[in-house]
Ligand binder design. Structure first.
Ligand SMILES: C[S@@+](CC[C@H](N)C(=O)[O-])C[C@H]1O[C@@H](n2cnc3c(N)ncnc32)[C@H](O)[C@@H]1O
Length: 199
């Protein structure tokens, strides 16, 4: 709990200080490749909303969540400036039941959020997405490998995702070319097990 608070404070400081280092303002080609046909999307850890706005501008119905109020405020301003209809919620991606985001969703997008979530909250993250997944839904996730972090608990691996996301297939793992290990993961919810009674 103490550690979660420390992470939250560090994130708040980044957003209050201005543009955080990860905020490139550029939509990655991996997401661009999935933009057609539009559907319903939930972005986890949306930061200042670049990609939520991108999806909305391409016809997607988008809900985007971030833990940090300042990030959500900046995302709201970005959406308003671009005329995109994005529902932006301040909240915890591991506690989706506390938010008004029932789904079902065809696409979940996570750019460097999950890999920073403490291990004891990750089952709750996976369960929240699983309950909200439309038949055949995809989760497109970018994450840093554990070697990229100084602490022993951050980072994500293909093996971990395979084990944690039951009822999903890890359809693709594409390593990055950075000196630090990074990956694009694509998971697909088994169609026959998808949300029948989404909450
Ligand atoms: C590395 S930043 C990436 C932000 C954004 N995806 C981007 O690429 O600009 C990680 C984001 O995840 C958010 N985050 C971290 N833990 C979260 C959680 N449990 N629930 C929701 N958002 C979270 C942070 O506030 C931060 O905005």
């Amino acid at each position: 709990m103490e550690q979660e608070e420390a992470v939250r404070r560090a994130l708040e400081d980044y957003y209050r200080a201005g543009k955080p280092p990860w905020d490139t303002g550029v939509t990655p080609p991996e997401l661009v490749a999935l933009v057609e046909p539009p559907g319903r999307a939930l972005e986890l850890g949306c930061g200042t909303g670049t990609n939520a706005v991108y999806l909305a501008r391409h016809g997607w119905e988008v809900v985007a969540v971030d833990l940090i109020g300042e990030a959500v405020e900046q995302a709201r301003a970005k959406a308003a400036a671009s005329g995109a209809a994005v529902r932006l919620l301040r909240g915890d991606a591991t506690r989706l039941d506390e938010l008004d985001a029932p789904g079902p969703y065809d696409l979940f997008f996570d750019l460097s959020c999950y890999c920073g979530i403490p291990p004891h909250r990750r089952d709750a993250y996976a369960a929240g997405l699983t309950r909200r997944a439309a038949p055949g839904a995809r989760l497109l996730m970018f994450g840093y490998g554990p070697e990229a972090f100084d602490d022993p608990i951050s980072g994500v691996t293909a093996d971990e995702l395979r084990a944690r996301f039951t009822g999903w297939d890890l359809a693709d793992v594409t390593p990055g070319t950075n000196p630090v290990p990074t990956f694009w993961f694509t998971l697909r919810r088994h169609p026959e097990e998808s949300a029948r009674d989404p909450r």
